[in-house]
Design a protein around this ligand. Structure first.
Ligand code: PA5
Length: 437
């Protein structure tokens, strides 16, 4: 099938960002890409996520497992426990595909998916409310942690275990309602899985948490939610081709990485990601984690900031337009909005309503985006625009993969290791020490 492409428009970038030199970086970029891709089979380097688009066995394993569980019809609900890279990717994809309101519609009569919730923090109120609302004997718990030791994941797991096993009737064994996703043959979760015969999916050693959305970490929750994984796979396969293109103009990951790099070199210390869609809020959270943990090292890196259009036109845009010129703003437009609505014609009631009824809601949103870009450009604020033909499985997964590669390239341009997170590890270590003392 010949599908439309994701586009990147740099018009408002080139005119507002001095000292950019895309051409001059062509050979540097191809060097980085070949370094990245030639390391993907090396298990000691953290680029194994570049193999995921072609891992048919993994996609099949996830689909087969999920179909079997759904056929047994033992569960209505999925509760995912995990944090950071072990949670945000699936949340981002689900929210973008179903909109944040989807989950509230409930399971209804359909049996081909489970409703889903995530616990990714130690907020006691949230944990309590969630556990009390669920029918615990019809809940499947997916516990995700690569290290298998993360406090924000293990603690809610212990609480959930207590709640499940305290039910009077029927008497339940918590671990029989669990699936673990963790490192292969090591760590606490792996040990527990052996002891209690919990089904376990592996996170390859050379796939870091924030690059793991297209491993079982993201795919399993998505499949349980009824998302078509074959479209996801097609999306990331298409992205994989784009990211390896030697034609710089077609290589969106490289162009994104370079734009961010030049802006950073021109003292734009902030990278604001501003999609025009509430459904992409979690996607921005996912990106922020990816970018911050990958790039923020050795006193380098642009700080990622979240903004949502049009909501933030009534908030942060004032700062973006007239505050310090220290930001690169990356807009994301959805060309054709799903379930769009025509504005009804009430112009006979009030002539001022007449301007709206020629349009659909999503179309007005996009007009606002273009207007905002224009205003920013008039104020010499560099901005770039990514346009998705639609917000669906194929395009959103493609975009996420492109962002992963762009992040890796940006890190390599800045000469930092985009695959470790020493700053995160340190706080984890200190938390453990404080808990023991
Ligand atoms: O990207 C990362 O490595 C981190 O954000 C981890 O995903 C996060 O700290 C959770 O770690 P774990 O999966 O080991 O529980």
């Amino acid at each position: 099938m010949n599908r439309s492409k994701i586009k990147l428009d740099l018009t408002n970038y080139i005119s507002n960002e001095p000292n950019t030199n895309f051409r001059g970086f062509e050979s540097k970029i191809s060097e980085i890409i070949s370094k990245l891709y030639s390391s993907k089979h090396d298990s000691s380097l953290m680029t194994g996520w570049l193999n995921l688009p072609h891992d048919n066995a993994m996609f099949l394993e996830v689909n087969t497992f999920v179909s079997k569980i759904l056929n047994e019809d033992k569960y209505d609900h999925l509760l995912v426990l995990g944090i950071g890279g072990s949670s945000l990717g699936a949340q981002a994809l689900l929210e973008s595909l179903r909109t944040p309101l989807w989950n509230r519609l409930g399971r209804g009569k359909r049996k081909n998916f489970l409703t889903i919730d995530f616990i990714d923090n130690l907020d006691p109120q949230v944990i309590r409310i969630l556990l009390s609302k669920l029918n615990l004997n019809r809940t499947l718990f997916v516990i995700i942690s690569k290290t298998g030791t993360t406090v924000e994941t293990i603690v809610p797991m212990l609480i959930a275990k207590e709640w499940v096993e305290e039910l009077e009737s029927p008497k339940l064994d918590f671990y029989k309602q669990c699936v673990f996703i963790t490192s292969k043959e090591k760590g606490l979760l792996y040990e527990l899985s052996k002891k209690h015969a919990v089904p376990v999916f592996s996170i390859p050693e050379n796939v870091g948490g924030r690059y793991s959305v297209f491993s079982p970490v993201g795919l399993l929750p998505l499949a349980f939610s009824g998302v078509d994984l074959s479209e996801i796979q097609l999306g990331i396969q298409a992205a994989d081709l784009i990211c390896q293109s030697v034609n710089l103009k077609e290589n969106l990951a490289s162009m994104l990485a370079l734009s961010a790099y030049f802006s950073y070199k021109n003292s734009k210390n902030i990278f604001a990601l501003m999609p025009y869609s509430t459904s992409l809020k979690r996607f921005v959270d996912w990106f922020i984690q990816l970018w911050a943990e990958s790039i923020g090292k050795e006193q380098k890196g642009s700080t990622p900031v979240s903004a949502i259009g049009a909501t933030d036109q009534h908030s942060q845009i004032q700062m973006f337009n007239e505050g310090p010129n220290d930001k690169l703003i990356c807009f994301v437009k959805i060309n054709k909005h799903k379930r769009d609505m025509v504005v009804p014609d009430y112009s006979s009631e009030c002539p001022d309503f007449g301007v709206y009824n020629k349009h659909k809601v999503g179309e007005i949103l996009n007009i606002e985006l273009d207007a905002t870009r224009r205003a920013l450009s008039e104020n010499k604020r560099p901005n770039i625009l990514i346009t998705l033909p639609e917000l669906d499985e194929y395009y959103i997964s493609q975009l996420m993969y492109i962002f992963e590669v762009a992040t890796a390239i940006n890190g390599m341009l800045l000469d930092v290791n985009p695959f470790n997170q020493p700053g995160v590890e340190l706080a984890k270590k200190y938390t453990k020490e404080a808990l023991v003392n």
